[in-house]
Ligand binder design. Structure first.
Ligand code: PMP
Length: 355
């Protein structure tokens, strides 16, 4: 009789499961969610349509109407294909599975989104994390050298980056694209809050795909991500997608809400303005270092992140403490931009924790 220690791969035994903090009754500013929720009329419309769906049947396997809604809502280029994932996390996994020949590497920068490394491990691939500079900009020389040395099959660049919030210089990304022998995935999870996108430039490069999600836009609970790129890549990746990965409730709820994309756009506009206000308020606090953000969160460094985090938590405010996440994030906290009253509470709580 075998036991898990004997049967499960040692690299999986050594992993820690992705940790999600309990959030009941907390002001939730830890996970880059849109705080607003949907207006009541749209909720009623959803209740009407979702209640009538044939949940005894498998979903539409082609996702044709959902893809058309995504194309319309986000002006996706007609000459590019779409692949849908159960969150963009699933798309990262599909990409890794597709290229995971023995010895191949996934390369990204550090600190960045932790799932790049985790999924590389799941798929038995090597993971190469090239450190960003102290100000979290790309270390182009080190990145190009690592690409040359490791010949990665996949490069992930979060644009803007999580958890640092900054966007990398497009000209530097271009250099990385040209140097990479494999695919470069520009992860635009935070695009709704960003200044620009690689999407309009997709046709310029034959080894680039753009990945996005509706999570940060206001639909995190639906779990829907999408990958945009040329048919020559996406036709192959489709083979790895599990059938029916987008369930019937998600398909219809997303179609309904995307038909009212102006509602989400107005909410993200408020959040961008709130980001500006919160950022300048934070800069007035003593002992705090603020990092510029193109996303719906702000990274800060404080004298004692664990103490500040504990004080916020005691006041019912949940943020992400990154102190132990990576050496260059020592004493860093990631603050999701919330609704105006939540940001005010956060600011007051930070102020009393720091003064
Ligand atoms: N990419 C980045 C850079 C992220 O920060 C996240 C979520 N934190 C994701 C992808 C995954 O998003 P989802 O699975 O919700 O689509």
């Amino acid at each position: 009789m075998s036991n898990p220690q004997q049967l499960i791969r040692p690299d999986i035994l050594a992993l820690k499961a992705y940790h999600v903090q309990p959030a009941a009754n907390m002001v939730k500013l830890d996970a880059m969610e849109n705080p607003f929720g949907l207006p009541p009329t749209l909720c009623d419309e959803l209740g009407e349509t979702l209640g009538k769906l044939p949940v005894n049947r498998y979903p539409d396997a082609s996702y044709a109407t959902l893809k058309a809604s995504l194309r319309r809502a986000f002006s996706l280029p007609d000459d590019m294909q779409l692949l849908l994932g159960n969150g963009s996390d699933e798309i990262i996994q599909i990409l890794a599975m597709a290229v995971a020949k023995p010895g191949t590497a996934i390369l990204s920068v550090e600190p960045s989104f932790v799932m790049y490394r985790m999924i590389a491990t799941f798929c038995n691939m090597r993971y190469v994390g090239v450190p960003l500079k102290a100000d979290f900009t790309l270390d182009l020389d080190a990145t190009l050298a690592a690409i040359k040395r490791e010949q990665p099959a996949l490069v992930f660049l979060a644009y803007p980056n999580n958890p640092t919030g900054n966007h990398f210089e497009p000209a530097e990304i271009e250099r990385i694209i040209h140097a990479t022998p494999g695919l470069v995935v520009i992860d635009e999870a935070y695009q709704a809050f960003a200044r620009d996108s690689f999407l309009p430039r997709l046709a310029e490069f034959d080894n680039v795909l753009v990945m996005r999600t509706v999570s940060k836009l206001g639909l995190a609970g639906l779990r829907l991500g999408y990958l945009v790129g040329a048919a020559q890549w996406l036709d192959e990746l489709e083979k790895l997608r599990l059938p029916y990965n987008i369930n019937v409730l998600t398909q219809h709820a997303a179609e309904t809400v995307l038909g009212h994309i102006d509602v989400l756009n107005a909410q993200t506009q408020v959040l961008r303005e709130e980001r500006t206000k919160l950022f300048s308020a934070l800069t007035t606090l003593p002992g705090i270092e603020t990092f510029p953000s193109d996303a719906n969160f702000i990274l800060v460094r404080v004298p004692d992140a664990n103490a500040v985090n504990a004080k916020l938590r005691a006041q019912g405010i949940l943020i992400k403490n990154l102190d132990a996440a990576h050496p260059s994030l020592k004493n860093c906290l990631r603050l999701t931009v919330g609704a105006p009253e939540e940001n005010q509470m956060l600011f007051e709580a930070l102020k009393s924790a720091l003064i």
